[in-house]
Design a protein. Sequence first.
Length: 371
Amino acid sequence: MSEEKVIRVGVIGCGAGVFHLRGYSEDPRVKIVALAGLDTDRCARLAKEYDIPRVYTDYQDLLSDHDIDAVSVVVPNNLHLPVSRAAFEAGKHVLVEKPLAGTVADGEQMVAAAKQHNRLLGIAFQRRWRHDVQIVKELVDTGEMGDIYYAKAYWMRRSGIPGWGSWFTNKQAAGGGPLIDLGVHVLDMALYMMGNPKITSVTAATYDRIGSQGKGNWPGTMGPRTGGSNTYEVEDLATAFLRLDNGGTLLLEAAWAAYTEMTDEFGVQLYGSQGGARIHSKDYADVGTLQLFSDVAGVATDSTPRLESRFGHSYICSRFVDAILDGAPLSPDGQEGLDRVRVIEAIYRSAALGREIMIDELATPEPSAAD
């Protein structure tokens, strides 16, 4: 392979950044040349595993490397804007872990900075590339399911708060709780399969009934911490009813902790005028998760397609590289990420104000609350 067809990549963040490292490592057109993170021991282990020659604790040092073409930004949500903006200013393309940002205002600045510096901004909604999602999307796109008029999307955990006192439970750092952490994934899955209909209004409620008791932590992670940040500042369950411009509706649920039969399960169900589909994944399963509902010769028929297991970040990273090298359309891109953040922010605002929110209202920002 010629040197011109190799993209040199750096990854900022050595926690969930491991998923990006694995994704890039499976693409022969990519050379991972640098890693930055505050956990020096973990970064050193990952650098050895993926044969990364340079490791930094300060991401600015990584961005100063002139031979890096693109970076993945895998840091707390409130840092997506400053890190991405610095990367654009350094001439790098950016792939950011979901969500695009913690607020619409930050997301708008990221999209504007990418355009200003003529660089790509991608977002890692890797679950779009699940085999079950791709099958359903094709059925919708070809019209085999008719008009999709109702959908349900959910991610529910019995006990899955990702660390009391970590940045996940800090409102300023995360922007919210399970809605912005988990709900944004299934929201994107549903809207992607439905052809990205425009959401016109949101009615929502959020709750913090479990986390506020110091309960619901993910097994194996720390409970409430002594000293420092010892306040549960976000919701532990969110629910929203979304109206679409095509007359359809979408019900969204997301919980880190709730007294439910579901342990750690997510899915999307679509109802169409000619057929339906249900994706249900327990404990991150990606095979045996899809049911299709239709009529065959006038008889109600359920089917279960044979699925292949896929690593979603490989698809995301590969298409990011396609866009850089060949100018292929980038999907999901920053604008799609911004659209999702706009919906999340509307949900939080609706919950805080106790009324329906029109999406257009977000053109005039006002304070929102996660609980």
